[in-house]
Design a protein around this ligand. Sequence first.
Ligand SMILES: [Zn+2]
Length: 64
Amino acid sequence: MLKRNLRVLKWLGTTPAIAVCTACDREFKVPLDILKRVGGAVENLKLQFSEHQCKKDEADSTAD
Ligand SMILES: [Zn+2]
């Protein structure tokens, strides 16, 4: 099993706006309407993170 963590890349004040999975580098963005709600952004990111599947093979195609 892959060990993965959610790392926040961009903060809007104390609200996380963009985060990535440390295992596959997939980005998760919080929708604007959810950013306005206190606490909603964190829950949204956790939900997206828990539902995504890491695909390291496909991530390799994007060279930085
Ligand atoms: Zn992942």
